[in-house]
Design a protein around this ligand. Structure first.
Ligand code: XMP
Length: 516
């Protein structure tokens, strides 16, 4: 499949470049910026992009691409750090700016260039750089400049080597998609061969060949990723070979465990092992109010229950499937990207089962080439219910991290009721899809209220709703006041244990999305 290769130098937006190109229907993948290119440049590679980076090219240990990148036949595009690397490596000069250029910046086009075809003069780009190119390398010219006269777009006089000082992959950059399309499709000539259907065609024979007649076990959580893996396995392999294990911790949302079972059966599951471990989880959480301790106990017990359920089912040498995504591989530093910044590591319990299967070569990660939005598309294609495909993220420890203080069956019941009302109100008002994640949090404080003539002490419930791209940063959703007032009234009317409702307006950072 025609491919655009991206060399990752550690920019926050490298993944966005890849996603935008895939959104054009052109396949793209990310490799570490300093990877040797010999093994990477197959016939299918039609062009190479060098990403941005937090580093400066003049720092002694700044990341460098394989020098072969500059002698290649295929077109090359440097973005931000990438263009500075290009300038520096070709004898130009890069220096630090007195004031970092950050945010929106108009770009004046000084001569026609195929990279900018269809892009109007004076378009607004998105800059984020502290360095600039002071002297252009020989053979290159600036075809676009910023208001300060600094080079914004570079191209070689005769070879297809280009550079952009701004970030076309960021949505704030006007015509960014057009620029990436000009590069990938027009200049590189990459054909639009990428789609989830194409992925399915590619992965189906590979999965069948790998698994043969063996059994595959999937640990289903009810979330989007594991449900799509279930749908994929059940579509590609004989359903008799596919076993699904679902552990009900008692910490799921209202009605969720029942719905997960239904959804998996509707996808054709024949062997669904549903384990109700809620009593054990409540037992393990009794008297514990420290958030870290809660997470630790839940994680440990989860692993024990999984292992004992698997042993009880009498499997041996089965494959284990899990819903690892392309971004998970990159974030954990396992697949690509040298900067193994494990931002989410604290979320994911290291499972000895997974490590064992990995060592034995029995781990299947059939979504590991896909981004979340592609997983959703694949899910729809495979018949996964819209409700599941569009479901907001839900943390592994479930409602336990949304009950501050001790988790008891009674607290869980109260939170479930309130949370279910909140989410159904968001759906009824057409707001659920606009919000990245919404949930209610039960606070361990009793606040005074009145019921008739009596003073009554009730729980305080915090509502959270955030908009975000990937959960790394987030802003509170700007509700219309009427929505919040009506939702609050509904909750306090229907859930008598709750006396007061507040809305959490904090951004991440400095807050996190969850409260614990
Ligand atoms: P925070 O609270 O760190 O959350 O801003 C970012 C995203 O991660 C989810 N989250 C978790 N997911 N296990 C998970 O699988 C966890 O322990 C966990 N803690 C937080 C959170 O819901 C949000 O989407």
């Amino acid at each position: 499949m025609d491919t655009i290769l991206i060399l990752d130098f550690g920019s926050q937006t490298t993944q966005l470049i890849c996603r935008r190109i895939r959104d054009l229907g052109v396949y793209s993948r990310v490799i570490p910026g300093d990877a040797p290119l010999a093994g990477e440049l197959g016939e299918e590679v039609r062009g190479v992009i060098l990403s941005g980076s937090p580093a400066s090219v003049y720092e002694p240990d700044a990341p460098r691409p394989d020098p072969a990148v500059w002698g290649m036949e295929v077109p090359v595009l440097g973005i931000c750090y990438g263009v500075q690397r290009l300038a520096q490596d070709h004898g130009g000069e890069v220096a630090s700016l007195e004031r970092k250029e950050y945010g929106r910046a108009a770009v004046r086009l000084t001569e026609p260039c195929d990279l900018l075809e269809g892009v109007p003069d004076g378009f607004i780009s998105w800059m984020s750089h502290g360095d600039t190119i002071l002297r252009l390398p020989e053979g290159f010219r600036a075809v676009g400049v910023t208001e300060n006269g600094l080079p914004a777009v570079l191209r070689h006089d005769s070879r297809k080597v280009y550079g952009l000082q701004f970030h076309p992959e960021v949505t704030h950059c006007e015509h960014g998609e057009r620029i990436l399309e000009n590069f990938a499709v027009r200049i590189c000539g990459a054909r639009r061969q990428w789609s989830v259907e194409a992925y399915l065609r590619e992965i189906t024979p590979a999965l069948r060949a790998q698994v043969g007649g063996s059994t595959v076990l999937l640990l289903a959580s009810g979330g989007v990723d594991s449900t799509v893996v279930a749908a994929l396995l059940l579509a590609v392999l004989p359903p008799e070979q596919v076993h699904l294990l679902y552990v009900d911790t008692g910490l799921m949302r209202k009605g969720e465990s029942r719905e997960v079972g239904q959804a998996l059966r509707q996808l054709g599951a024949r062997h669904l092992h549903e384990v109700d471990a809620s009593r054990e989880f409540f037992e393990a959480l009794r008297g514990v109010d420290d958030p870290e301790e809660k997470r630790r106990r839940i994680g440990d017990l989860f692993i024990r229950v999984q292992e004992s359920s698997i042993a009880a089912a009498g499997f041996s040498n089965e494959y284990l499937a899990q819903g690892t995504l392309y971004t998970d591989l990159i974030e954990s530093g396992k697949g690509v990207g040298r900067k193994a910044e494990v931002i989410k590591s604290h979320h994911n319990v290291r499972s000895p089962l997974v490590e064992r299967k990995r060592e034995q070569g029995l781990l299947l990660e059939p979504l590991s080439g896909l981004y979340k939005d592609e997983v959703r598309r694949l899910g729809r294609h495979l018949g996964v219910h819209e409700e599941t495909v569009d479901r907001h993220p839900f943390p592994g420890p479930g409602l336990a991290v949304r009950i501050l203080g001790e988790v008891t069956p009674e607290n869980v019941r109260v939170l479930r009721e309130a949370d279910a009302l909140y989410l159904s109100e968001l759906k009824a008002r057409g707001l659920y899809g606009e919000i990245w994640q919404a949930f209610a949090v039960l606070l361990p404080v009793r606040s005074v209220g009145v019921a008739g003539d009596v003073r009554r002490y009730g729980f305080v419930l915090a509502l959270r709703a955030v908009v975000s791209r990937d959960g790394m940063t987030a802003d509170a959703y700007p509700f219309q006041a009427a929505d919040l007032l009506e939702i609050s009234a509904k909750i306090t009317n229907r859930v008598p244990e709750i006396g007061r409702v507040v809305y959490d307006v904090s951004s991440k950072p400095p807050a996190t999305i969850e409260w614990e």
